[in-house]
Design a binder for this molecule. Structure first.
Ligand SMILES: *Cc1c(COP(=O)(O)O)cnc(C)c1O
Length: 243
């Protein structure tokens, strides 16, 4: 049997996403080498993650601490896990001890959580943890993330006061309904320009995590280095209905 005929739906969808990223990168004169796809596997079973892993993918993202600490030990250790959900103080230690191969926390949005991550990394003696500062680019009250005007202060704090964290860039979720507008993406890019200029960081050293299933091509055209893609790879998520 030809390999393609036994390939699962997740692996096929991943290849299609990679192809669309390549086209978007070509359109905007970028190299796709610097664009990472984080396959967002929240509420999806380990078996389908394994299938996408077997197709060669290594970057996966989860939103819930309880879920990632259950799944990660059932999957290969060379997966690079990204935590992309809101992180509560009392979950920092379980996350870091439960997922030794956690590669990045994308959702640092205040000094308290940064300090705590920094301290726990030191206490458990793991290697420095890559972090992104989450920016609220929509201005909606309900969203997590610092406002664009507070971004520089938090990045300064992480780079100057958190030696066990490796500041790696900025992240945004566009609108409260998880859609994004070009303005959300350009706001994040402007935050990067300001941070890099003020702190003397090369722009290549400051990632932009933006773009999800509905808008990743636009995000790539606007400079994303890290797209977070769930439903287009794994299929629609079906949450249990609230009673
Ligand atoms: C769920 C989620 C995604 C993926 O969303 P899709 O629209 O399914 O691609 C990306 N980023 C964050 C922060 C998420 O919570």
């Amino acid at each position: 049997m030809a390999a393609s005929s036994i390939e699962g739906v997740g692996a096929t969808a991943l290849r299609s996403v990679l192809h669309r990223i390549q086209l978007a990168a070509d359109r905007s004169g970028r190299s796709s080498d610097r664009i990472r796809v984080v396959a967002v596997s929240k509420i999806k079973p380990v078996s389908i993650i394994r299938e996408v892993y077997d197709a060669g993918h290594r970057h996966f993202g989860e939103n819930y601490v309880q879920e990632i600490i259950e799944k990660a030990p059932q999957l290969p250790e060379d997966i690079e896990w990204h935590f992309i959900g809101n992180l509560q103080s009392n979950k920092v230690k379980p996350l870091l001890t439960g997922v030794p191969n956690l590669a990045m926390v994308e959702t640092v949005d205040d000094t308290k959580i940064a300090n705590l991550l920094n301290r726990v990394v030191e206490n458990i003696g793991r290697k420095p943890l890559k972090v992104l500062v989450q920016v609220n680019t929509s201005g909606e009250e309900s969203k997590y993330g610092v406002s664009p005007s507070e971004c520089l202060e938090l990045v300064k704090h992480v780079t100057l006061s958190c030696p066990n964290l490796e500041f790696s860039g900025l992240m945004t979720i566009g609108m409260p309904d998880y859609t994004s507008t070009p303005l959300n993406f350009s706001t994040l890019a402007n935050c990067r320009s300001q941070v890099c200029e003020e702190l003397g960081i090369a722009e290549e050293k400051c990632e932009l995590s933006m773009g999800m299933s509905g808008d990743f091509e636009l995000a790539v055209e606007m400079g994303s280095t890290n797209v977070r893609i769930g439903s287009t790879i794994f299929g629609a998520r079906e949450y249990p209905k609230k009673q």
